[in-house]
Design a protein around this ligand. Structure first.
Ligand SMILES: Nc1ncnc2c1ncn2[C@@H]1O[C@H](COP(=O)(O)OP(=O)(O)OP(=O)(O)O)[C@@H](O)[C@H]1O
Length: 259
């Protein structure tokens, strides 16, 4: 068996610059996103990790004055998802996001997961029930909530709420899932649950994750990009980044010597 199976490119950022008004937060970001792999974005606070992640589902469109310059192409069709001709809602149906703090809607557990399906035009109760169960099962929370689907989502614990948000994000069968520090508000057990879940999810989805936790990046990801001051300093296999990085700044950061 060949050990060097070429990864498939699910998406690609090409010379991407991003501006908050006059402030340039990202400069010339070119990065591959490999299919059904986990890519971690690491780097010191303020280096642009979240800004970059949010470009992938056009979150920045929600605020005036923000500007993209460059491309993020999404395969297999190769569409530039940053093009003004592309509807951000369409992009969010293909690329879903899980945030740092669990943010369920003020609705029942069932309706939280059914939400995106309804946006997609699914209204038949039996189809919704089937898909909600499937998403909750895939997010490893079905057994805990199956008898209380009509309860308000806020009644769940923090770790359960985060898995509910993951269920909501995967119910629409996205092509890419974005995770922005998904475990920073969780205890070590809930964190381990989410990490295990990500390892399962990558069999079906492509994942991009922002994390401050170096051990987490090393544990869960296949590829890692180190960002600094809005630029990619180094991108490589996670193993390589965490053992023999090419750039001294990467080494300083992962060994905690960064100023
Ligand atoms: N809404 C905004 N308006 C103006 N500048 C912003 C805005 N959001 C972020 N920035 C700036 O853009 C830069 C990148 O911020 P970003 O939040 O992407 O960094 P980060 O690497 O995710 O940081 P952290 O690890 O602290 O979350 C920072 O200098 C930040 O101050």
């Amino acid at each position: 068996m060949s050990a060097s199976v070429q990864p498939v490119l699910k998406a690609e950022s090409k010379n991407l610059n991003f501006y908050y008004g006059d402030f340039k937060a990202l400069t010339g970001i070119s990065l591959p996103v490999h299919d059904k792999k986990i890519t971690a974005l690491i780097g010191p606070s303020g280096c642009g990790k979240s800004t970059f992640l949010r470009c992938f589902n056009r979150m920045h469109d929600l605020y005036p004055g923000n500007r993209y310059d460059g491309e993020i192409t999404l395969n297999p069709d190769g569409v530039n998802i940053l093009s003004p001709k592309v509807d951000p809602i369409e992009v969010r149906m293909r690329i879903s996001m899980v945030f740092q703090k669990p943010n369920p809607f003020p609705k029942s557990i069932f309706e939280n997961v059914a939400y995106g399906l309804r946006v997609r035009g699914i209204s038949k109760r039996s189809v919704l029930e089937e898909k909600v169960e499937e998403a909750l099962t895939n997010a490893a929370i079905w057994n805990e909530v199956k008898d209380r689907l009509n309860d308000l989502a806020f009644n769940l614990s923090g770790g359960q709420q985060q898995r509910l948000c993951i269920a909501r994000a995967l119910a629409i069968d996205p092509e890419i899932m974005l995770f922005d520090e998904p475990t920073s508000a969780l205890d070590p057990i809930a964190t381990a649950n989410i990490e295990e879940l990500m390892a399962e999810l990558k069999k079906r989805f492509t994942i991009l994750i922002v994390t401050h936790n170096m051990q987490q990046a090393a544990r869960v990801s296949d590829y890692t990009a180190f960002l600094y001051l809005g630029e990619v300093v180094e991108f490589n296999d996670t193993k390589k980044i965490f053992t023999t990085p090419d750039n001294p700044r990467t080494e300083d950061y992962i060994t905690g010597r960064f100023g």
